[in-house]
Design a protein. Structure first.
Length: 214
């Protein structure tokens, strides 16, 4: 039970943190990409694209940290292409443009948001219904005072009355509580799966094992 609760907490934290992280990375990455491509015909657009790719690397590093917590595996940073020793300033600055993994990081930043929104919404909703049954006896009085109010138990034909209402909401909350660990785990794995597809082209090493060579 302790392991289950620990895993539930970890998965919930990763999904909830993944949403603001993906939102910020999406906005900045799309803005930088659009600005860089739009001004690519000038000298200014090239360094903007390079900076956008470097920024995507930073978000990818944060995402790998969440993936490590979800999967229990270390995701070492991939080999990012660098300019040759002694290269000029321009070659050093534009080296990310020739790095395939940097573009994969950018692709992840752009495509991550829809999945993050979906899984965030599901996890928050499941937690809300789970906690709803515990809190319902304390705020039910505020609902029954509303003119024309009908409880959900009454609307689906289970009958009216305080006892019926309380038992129904407690049962509903219990059902969501029993499935909460599995739903949260599935949402976390969906996010980690996208990250594995785009951010971990190299084999990963187990946390307990030696660090992979990169």
């Amino acid at each position: 039970m302790t392991d289950l609760l620990r895993r539930l907490g970890t998965d919930t934290r990763c999904v909830l943190l993944g949403f603001p992280l993906s939102l910020v990375s999406f906005v900045l990455s799309v803005t930088g990409l659009a600005l860089g491509v739009g001004t690519a015909v000038t000298v200014v657009g090239v360094p903007i694209l390079a900076l956008t790719l470097l920024m995507a690397r930073g978000f990818a590093t944060a995402e790998r940290s969440l993936m490590t917590d979800i999967l229990g595996r270390r995701f070492p940073p991939p080999r990012y292409r660098r300019a040759a020793p002694g290269a000029g300033t321009w070659r050093v600055m534009t080296a990310p443009l020739a790095c395939a993994q940097s573009w994969m990081d950018l692709l992840h930043a752009v495509t991550r948001l829809p999945l993050a929104v979906l899984t965030f919404s599901v996890v928050v909703s499941w937690w809300a219904v789970t906690l709803h049954g515990l809190a319902f006896p304390f705020y039910r009085w505020s609902l029954v005072g509303i003119p024309g109010y009908q409880d959900l138990s009454e609307l689906i034909g289970l009958g009216s009355g305080a006892t019926t209402s309380l038992l129904f909401h407690l049962a509903l909350s219990a059902a969501f509580a029993l499935t909460l660990p599995f739903v949260t785990r599935a949402c976390a794995l969906l996010n980690a799966g996208l990250g594995m597809a785009l951010l971990s082209p190299q084999p990963v090493a187990d946390v307990a094992g030696p660090r992979a060579t990169v």
